[in-house]
Design a protein around this ligand. Sequence first.
Ligand code: ADP
Ligand code: ASP
Ligand code: MG
Length: 476
Amino acid sequence: MNNSLSNSKNLLVMKFGGTSMGSADRIKVAAKLTTDQHAKRPVAIVVSAMSKVTDLLLDSMKKAEAGDEAGLEANLAALTEKHETCCKQLLPEAAQKAALDGVHTLIGEFSKIVKGMLLLGERPLPATDRAVAIGERLSALMIAAYIESQGTPAVAVNAAQVIATDMVFGNATPLMEETRERAAKVIGPLFAKKTLPVVTGFNASTLDGRPTTLGRGGSDFSASILAAALDAEELWIWTDVDGIMTADPRLVPDARVLDEITYAEAAELAYAGAKVLHPRTLAPLVEKGIPVWSKNSFAPEKPGTRIVPQIHAEGGPHAVTSMKDVALVSIEPIGSTISGARLMAEALHALDAADVELLAITSSSYRQNFCFLIKLSELDRALKQLQEEFAIELAHGYVKAPEVDTEVGLLAVVGEGMRGTAGLAGRIFTAISRENINIIAIAQGSSELTIAIAVRRSGLENAVRAVHQECGLSGK
Ligand code: ADP
Ligand code: ASP
Ligand code: MG
């Protein structure tokens, strides 16, 4: 191993999400949690933008594209005010000027890019990634300045210097070998100097240095990429709830915190809509089995949830999650001229070509029809590509035009070994029907861990509560 990285034995990587970075007071708490650990072992932290800042940046770019100059100026003023206020409340007098200069430089960089967008009436993806990364660069700058002002050497590191990715702007995938090399070069020397690295979440760069981002909520993923690249001993993800829960507590008031879950369960939950983790967070950690803790920065004394490769606990349903912004697309051949299998292959090809994530798929052998669920935000792209893929079949009347239902929601029950639980599916369906909620499609199947059910959107929240109760997950 690289010499400088060998100084980072027992390394702890910690990630602070948007709410944990949401104000000067929250940043002080995050800094204290960091320095408490740093006194005992090497630590690197990964930070999100202050809460709502990423939305504000993206909204500014939309306004620029639409030519809304006044709206854009108002957003820039709000962005500046938020960070200026935070610096003033956070930092001692002596440290304020340098931090404020840094904030103004970064907002200046953002403003230059959005003004270019305003001029062009366009917001190209690469420029969007370059601009949206400013949110994390601002928060990293502020917390690093604060930690320094409290006597611990710390430096803000732009993850574009550390995490290497492919060129899929907006949803990039890390290149782990290159990331390891970059991390050894950039972060290694900081550990050697006992300086605490404060790395921006969410952003990265291509091999030739063009800024990329890892998808919304991507700071969790940044932290796990970094933990893997630096051979960390543990990853702690600080958020605003007590850990991974049996359901989103905003939807199910009696949801309970899970002590422990497996990587696979956490990943299934995240892919099925549990916002508490970015869906790809666990992937980089699998090889080394690095354990993750999900913890509450508002109640740090609570143990949180431990996410590990395997647990010995009983199988069965552990959590229920849901996604409301989904669409159901149904495809049906006309007559028997064309096989359902061939149509399905073409449809899947179209989704892949359009980079659309398939949430669930189900088919009927009798009518050879099938339907699949995708995110509402990807529907237009999917339909366009399906029209192209089926151009000939549509023209010859071999297939009906795809039917779209946008009034659906996806509910998923997740748990290791769930498939072995006799009668579970039946109980889940009954619980949903008891609430008079229409089940539209069932997509158990490929995964041992998940039963996914599409229901009428209007009934989704009630369905989640009913299934949570039926599976015995409610808090005592
Ligand atoms: P952060 O800004 O720290 O990344 P997020 O807002 O992305 O935090 O994720 C935390 C939120 O995830 C919680 O406030 C909670 O409402 C939501 N959530 C959804 N499903 C779950 C779940 N199963 N367990 C815990 N939180 C969940
Ligand atoms: N700030 C980014 C977002 O809001 C990344 C993150 O917070 O994880 O999506
Ligand atoms: Mg998040």
